[in-house]
Design a protein around this ligand. Structure first.
Ligand SMILES: Cc1cc2nc3c(=O)[nH]c(=O)nc-3n(C[C@H](O)[C@H](O)[C@H](O)COP(=O)(O)OP(=O)(O)OC[C@H]3O[C@@H](n4cnc5c(N)ncnc54)[C@H](O)[C@@H]3O)c2cc1C
Ligand code: HEM
Length: 416
């Protein structure tokens, strides 16, 4: 909790820091990578840096954390912290690195705000930083120790056992272990970070959701090729889809991620669009493996059937689940050869009967998730029963925290 001494200082300086936080975050990263270029090799995602999404996510998280310390001091923003801690753990972030980030962040704060950073202001923001840092360090320590690893040992080599072409743009990699160490279990919905050596010699980390339940030998994930459309094509996804084949090895982290299937026995509704189907496929695979009898509703939107990745696996798993129903929406029309309830156009929840007291999992582009979440809130689904996964730094978080009314539109982040 923030000290009585710092609270009024933070309250008074929050507006000026919030107004400048994006510039602070931008200068922070430039300075950080200048001082520690090794962080660009295997730790930070340079695509997110180029797109500025990581700068915005860092800035947003600090602003949300500081204002929540002032407005609701008795409650930390748990969801925000948990998402960051899982992402950090999947990258093997260490407690010692928090000193490095601290020093570079405070350099950037002074660089941007200049003389406004009096010793009193610096001390108050220092307190905010360490409150946030220790909340994260403690969660990350818990995540590492629950897995029996240290930050340095989250990584392991795997071999591509199968490469399955799902659609024109999506490939599934079925990875097999290459050593005799036990394969640690994943929770349904979690992702791994894959660390890929790039042609310029730098390793690039990217997260991929696991698309199948554990079997003690394999991990499976599916990658959609990112096409730039005027901007550069996605470097890791294209390299994986085109350049990695059966027999090749990849470095993967242990599975992490806090959007995981709740096992409280309540009905479950999955709503996905496009490649957002991947965590749903993983969760449905876990349910099928467990022989679940829960009422399960699978809702999926895609441009057409040929683009619907993992459709055969998902449908096979749904057939094995006695309580499952499925609806799909194809933008290009309702043509389908699958035994499914198929609708033309965008996903429309008015077409669907939703189970009472269900838990909801959303994944897809942010505008899609925003629309589905708003429609659910309109139908009186409690916000706490809706979880979502963003395929990039979470820029939606800030919106959700400040969303004044159900369904309110705010200036939106780019597509995930
Ligand atoms: C929790 C999580 C789970 C995920 N699960 C999956 C999954 O299951 N399947 C999946 O396919 N993906 C998943 N992703 C997304 C994945 O991690 C990658 O972000 C994705 O594969 C794109 O990576 P890339 O290296 O190909 O693209 P990048 O090279 O990182 O490019 C990303 C974007 O930045 C733009 N860009 C790059 N460089 C520049 C530049 N210099 N200037 C301007 N713009 C630029 C590109 O045009 C592109 O739009 C997940 C992400 C997260 C966070
Ligand atoms: C209080 C300190 C910190 C805060 C507030 C913070 C905040 C964040 C946030 C908000 C994200 C994005 C999470 C998401 O939505 O995916 C993130 C990701 C990340 N953080 Fe931190 N972080 C802190 C400390 C650190 C430290 C010490 C390191 C170590 C160098 C670090 C390295 C990273 C990396 C590598 C990512 C992923 C970046 C990407 O994928 O583009 N962070 N952090």
């Amino acid at each position: 909790m923030l000290s009585d001494r710092s609270r009024p200082v933070i309250e008074a300086t929050l507006p000026v820091v919030a107004d400048n936080i994006e510039e602070i975050a931008t200068r922070f990263y430039v300075h950080l990578f200048g001082e520690h270029p090794e962080l660009l090799d295997g730790t930070f995602n340079r695509g997110n840096q180029a797109e500025k999404t990581q700068q915005l996510a860092l800035a947003g998280s600090v602003a949300v954390f500081a204002s929540s310390l002032v407005k609701v001091p008795e409650q930390l923003p748990e969801h925000l912290l948990s998402r960051i801690a899982h992402k950090h753990a999947s990258l093997g972030i260490t407690p010692a690195q928090y000193d490095v980030v601290h020093d570079n962040l405070f350099w950037a704060i002074v660089d941007v705000l200049g003389d406004a950073v009096t010793p009193e202001v610096a001390a108050a923001w220092d307190e905010v930083y360490w409150l946030m840092a220790y909340a994260l360090i403690n969660q990350e320590r818990g995540l590492y120790s629950a897995r029996g690893v240290r930050p340095e040992t989250v990584w392991r080599e795997w071999e591509v056992a199968e490469k399955i072409r799902e659609t024109e743009d999506v490939v599934t990699f079925r990875m097999r272990r290459v050593d005799d160490r036990l394969v640690k279990t994943s929770l349904p919905g979690q992702y791994v970070t894959v660390q890929v050596p790039m042609p310029d010699g730098v390793r690039q980390p990217r997260q991929y959701s696991l698309t199948r339940a554990d079997d003690g030998e394999h991990r499976q994930f599916s990658v959609k090729r990112v096409q730039g459309g005027g901007k550069p094509d996605g470097e890791v996804s294209n390299l994986l889809v085109d350049g990695v084949d059966v027999g090749d090895r990849l470095t993967m982290s242990l599975p992490f991620g806090d959007v995981v299937l709740d096992d409280s026995g309540r009905p479950v509704v999955f709503a996905s669009a496009g490649i957002g189907v991947t965590p749903m496929a993983g969760m449905i695979s876990h349910l099928a493996t467990a022989g679940s009898h829960l009422p399960i509703t699978f809702l999926h939107a895609d441009s057409d059937e040929a683009s619907f990745a993992l459709r055969n696996q998902v449908l096979e798993d749904l057939r094995a689940l006695p309580g499952a129903t499925a609806h799909v929406w194809y933008e290009d029309g309702a043509q389908s050869s699958l035994p499914l309830e198929v609708h033309a156009g965008m996903m429309n929840l008015d077409d669907v009967k939703l189970p009472d007291d269900a838990l909801y999992y959303l994944c897809g582009p942010v505008p899609f998730m925003r629309a589905v979440r708003s429609a659910l809130i309109e139908r009186d689904v409690p916000a706490r029963d809706i979880q979502y996964e963003v395929f990039g730094p979470d820029l939606w978080q800030g919106d959700l925290v400040s969303e004044p009314t159900p369904g309110a539109e705010s200036s939106g982040p780019p597509e995930a």
